[in-house]
Design a protein around this ligand. Structure first.
Ligand code: GAR
Length: 218
């Protein structure tokens, strides 16, 4: 059976691209991205979707109130009979109706080691705080801000020569590794949720090794 995936985006879509590539290269088997939905009409992510023959939908937030917008997203998810919803650089909060309808079936990528540095500009927050280790997190989405159960994390060292930009780029490389990996684990039924803990079934180690991460993006 194919797991049907929808991806919500707002911008560049490099994480979307990493997941598309993983599916096309059969690193993630039995999954398809059926639709990409953006709240911004100019999002390059929409173009990436079209380049790969994926339905690309712009939903204009200006046309709905908050509840109406979430219903419009839900309608698209139902239309495509979606099993798994991925937030990939989606810069709006999801409403409770979607979260309830897709409990433990919505994932988000966040460019910090949660629970530190939630919200916007996470890499800048970490850089300005002066951390020595930064990173990224894939987590299930719940009603809170960046607060759902953590699926995978990857860390990167912060070095003296770093700027916010170099650190952001190094974190992004790790995002492109752990997001497809989290999707793979979901699709293969290898995530078991016990309260806040997401257990990774049948893995020798919870460590994500870098060799799984080459060549994920354009
Ligand atoms: C990524 O770094 C992602 O982690 C971040 O936005 C970027 C989107 O890049 N998301 C958040 O900060 C959400 N809180 P992309 O569009 O190239 O995937």
């Amino acid at each position: 059976m194919t797991v049907k995936i929808a991806v919500l985006v707002s911008g560049r879509g490099s994480n979307l691209q990493a997941i598309i590539n993983s599916i096309e290269k059969d690193r993630i088997k039995n999954a398809a991205i059926n639709v990409v939905i953006s709240n911004r009409t100019v999002a390059y992510a929409l173009e990436r979707a079209r380049n790969h023959g994926i339905n690309a939908v712009f939903l204009d937030p200006g046309k709905y109130d908050k509840t109406g917008y979430d219903r419009a997203i839900l309608d698209v998810l139902k239309q495509y009979d979606i099993d798994l919803l991925l937030l990939a650089g989606y810069f709006r909060l999801l409403g409770n109706e979607i979260i309830e309808a897709y409990r433990y079936r919505i994932m988000n990528i966040h460019p910090a080691l949660l629970p530190a540095f939630k919200g916007l500009h996470a890499q800048r927050q970490a850089f300005e705080y002066g951390v020595k280790v930064a990173g990224c997190t894939v987590h299930f989405v719940d009603e809170g801000l960046d607060s759902g159960p953590i699926i995978l994390q990857s860390c990167v060292p912060v070095i003296s020569e770093d700027t916010e930009e170099t650190l952001t780029a190094r974190i992004l490389e790790k995002e492109h590794i752990i997001y497809p990996e989290a999707v793979r684990l979901f699709v293969e039924g290898k995530l078991k949720i016990e309260g806040r803990n997401v257990l990774l079934l049948n893995r020798v180690t919870d460590q994500i090794h870098d060799q799984t991460g080459t060549d994920f993006t354009d």
